[in-house]
Write a protein that binds this ligand. Structure first.
Ligand code: 13P
Ligand code: SF4
Length: 324
């Protein structure tokens, strides 16, 4: 009943890659009348070839406005799915269909339907990091940049379920003073940051400001002088007088931070273990090569049933109306 994503699996890629991938992608862009939308967590080469780079809200708005025939989404599945929900007649390509999201996966549709049924009369506000099936069961979608603003617009007496991220939910509760019923989902990347190592970095770099994404745990957020979405973090470090920043979010964003504030120093917040687990393993599945093959083969494509698309469209439109 809830399985609606009928996207085709990646085809194997026979054939030679062109020597100049950037030029080949630019030429495919013209041939297909395509636009490349990329999230800040993508690898630098993808960010550099994208027509538009943004956070989840900016990308949803860009997808809503585009006149292109083809949207190449360099991000994760729920982001490309949102673009498809807004553009049923366009071809939406995702370079690697396995680019999912641990947060979206932490909220399976059937379990969420039961949770919703156990809380009658609650309005459902869902973070955009969820599947189309969850969106279809929601009243309003939000992103990390507008969650507080959206909850503040809901009448105080209205009880609310907030899904799927418990950390963002807790942050929204603190900022709004509202009591939300939280789904207990989380992001494996934002829960990996080590409070102890962040404190050690603050001692080693006493002039540095710590900045964090609201998907981080409260033990990390309490050391941050600014908390915001990826776009808000980028804007903050350009405007702040500080010259050094400890960045508690996926380090892909540091590519843009360095480009837009070249005289400043950005230190990625370290994970608990000695691993690269502060890099999103889903976002990083996309590569320039896969992006080229996706455009060349017009595949893998995002598709879904029309009834789920229409049900998921309603709360997304509500969000767009509430965040102008
Ligand atoms: P943004 O809303 O900042 O783009 O966050 C998306 C995301 O996946 C964070 O993990
Ligand atoms: Fe999902 Fe976390 Fe990756 Fe963002 S960083 S796409 S929330 S797994």
């Amino acid at each position: 009943m809830f399985t609606t994503v009928l996207a085709q699996r990646n085809k194997t890629q026979p054939g030679e890659l062109p020597l100049d991938l950037f030029a080949a992608i630019e030429s495919l862009k013209k041939e297909l009348n395509a636009v490349i939308l990329a999230h800040y967590y993508q690898e630098p080469d993808i960010q550099d070839i994208a027509d538009f780079i943004g956070d989840s809200l900016q990308l949803a708005k860009a997808a809503e406005k585009t006149n292109a025939d083809v949207i190449v989404f360099a991000g994760v599945h729920f982001m490309a799915e949102t673009a498809k929900i807004l553009n049923p007649d366009k071809l939406v390509l995702l370079p690697d269909l396995d680019a999912g999201c641990s947060l979206a996966d932490s909220c399976p549709a059937e379990a969420f339907a039961a949770f919703k049924a156990a809380h009658p009369n609650h309005l459902v506000v869902s973070y955009i990091n969820c599947s189309a099936d969850i969106k279809a069961m929601s009243d309003i979608i939000c992103t990390s940049s507008n969650a507080v603003k959206i909850v503040q617009q809901i009448p105080k007496e209205q009880p609310i379920i907030f899904a799927p991220d418990r950390n963002l939910g807790r942050y929204v509760m603190e900022q709004t003073g509202r009591d939300l019923v939280l789904w207990q989902g989380s992001c494996i990347v934002h829960e990996t940051f080590s409070e102890k190592k962040i404190v050690q970095l603050k001692i080693a770099y006493p002039e540095a400001e710590a900045i964090a994404h609201p998907e981080c745990e409260s033990s990390v957020l309490r050391h941050a002088s600014f908390i915001g979405s990826t776009a808000a973090l980028l804007k903050y470090c350009q405007q702040s007088n500080a010259k050094e920043f400890i960045v508690a979010t996926e380090p892909g964003i540091i590519h843009q931070m360095q480009k837009l504030a070249p005289d400043k120093h950005f230190i990625p917040a370290p994970p608990v273990n000695n691993c690269n687990c502060n890099e999103c393993p889903f976002m990083r599945l996309n590569t320039l090569e896969k992006l080229y093959w996706a455009m060349k083969n017009r595949n893998p494509e995002i598709t879904m049933s029309e009834n789920i698309r229409l049900a998921a469209l309603r709360p997304i439109q509500k969000m767009l109306e509430m965040s102008v």
